[in-house]
Design a binder for this molecule. Structure first.
Ligand code: TRP
Length: 333
């Protein structure tokens, strides 16, 4: 609790182009959470270097992501929007937590196994201890809730285990974080393979709509979206491609899937795909304009970056000093 509000932490990596799935599934919901919680939304650049990055590209993407947070409607006065690498407490706590995490636990992480098989030439220790850095992110702010997708749930579980282990030894140091499970319907799938999540790293560029795609591209991708040959307009698992398009349309317009089915009942998929494209464009267009405007407001964005890193640093230090004392580091005089 900070100032009577529960604390929320989440982060995103600035690698790959963000997709409509990242926006509808995460960022858009983050905005609605900022009244209820004191929110820390980090651009987790330290996690990004667990795989090789081009430094100039990473730096640029990190800034664009932070700008996107603001453009999406996250108020930088109310929310703490900052780069993970600007608050050294993440690295410091991460080291301590490494000493309270077992190799066996980390070996069970499915994301590690997955990434290790994809980056066989660079299975570095950072990739292995990635979940510990994530635990540090969350515990550093004594977060009560963490909105995460299904793919990060295992990392949240290990965070809870590490925190409980630490508390069992040293007393109540860390708040045990809970998952904040977002509203249903926000899980956006690939347009080319609706059994897979829409991903930043999809090899098929038509599978994902990127947040920076222009209207023509969005229309083209929607038109090419895989549906089925049933020809019935229903919202059901048996028609996963159509179901996904209905979900997208529904989140973009605020209509329920049932209302969408009624609206398009008896009309062809072609018509509907056009409508989806238009709905998506009407969401992306203002976002892109605002991001472009902010990209030019260098001083304003710089001041937000500075102030928010200081704010995050303040809370981070509080936890860190407590932890350092508990484990027996000499007190600073
Ligand atoms: N690992 C998360 C992802 O790739 C990003 C992340 C880092 C995160 N630290 C976090 C998410 C803490 C939630 C809380 O999606």
């Amino acid at each position: 609790m900070i100032d009577g509000k529960k604390v929320l932490f989440s982060g995103m990596q600035a690698t790959g182009n963000l997709t409509l799935g990242n926006y509808l599934g995460a960022l858009k919901n983050w905005v609605s959470l900022s009244d209820e919680y004191l929110c820390f939304y980090s651009v987790v650049d330290m996690h990004s270097i667990t795989v090789r990055q081009d430094p100039a590209v990473l730096r640029k993407r990190a800034r664009s992501l932070l700008i996107l947070y603001i453009a999406a409607g996250l108020d930088p006065e109310k929310n703490c929007l900052y780069y993970q690498s600007h608050v050294s407490g993440h690295a410091e706590l991460s080291w301590i937590l490494n000493c309270f995490t077992y190799m066996g636990e980390l070996n069970r992480m499915t994301q590690f196994k997955d990434k290790a098989s994809k980056h066989g030439d660079n299975i570095n220790a950072g990739l292995f201890t990635y979940p510990v850095l994530m635990a540090a992110d969350i515990l550093l702010y004594q977060a009560d809730v963490v909105p995460v997708g299904a793919d990060q749930m295992q990392h949240l579980e290990i965070t809870r285990d590490i925190a409980e282990r630490f508390n069992n030894i040293y007393g109540d140091v860390f708040t045990i974080p809970e998952a904040y499970v977002g509203k249903v319907g926000a899980r956006i799938m690939s347009l080319q393979d609706p059994s897979k999540k829409m991903s930043k790293s999809d090899e098929n560029p038509n599978g994902g709509i990127y947040l920076m795609d222009d209207a023509d591209t969005v229309m083209r991708k929607c038109k090419r979206a895989v549906t089925d040959s049933e020809g019935t307009f229903l919202y059901r698992e048996e028609q996963p491609g159509l179901k996904n398009l209905i979900d997208i349309y529904s989140v973009c317009t605020g209509k329920t899937p049932d209302e969408v089915v009624q609206e398009f009942d008896g009309r062809g998929y072609g018509d509907f795909k056009m409508a989806v494209g238009e709905a998506v464009t009407s969401i992306l267009n203002p976002l892109q304009k605002e991001a472009a405007r902010l990209e030019k407001e260098k001083d304003y964005v710089d001041s937000i970056i500075k102030e928010n890193a200081e704010k995050a640093g303040y809370y981070a230090r509080k936890t860190l000093r407590k932890v350092q004392k508990k484990v027996g580091f000499p007190v600073r005089v």
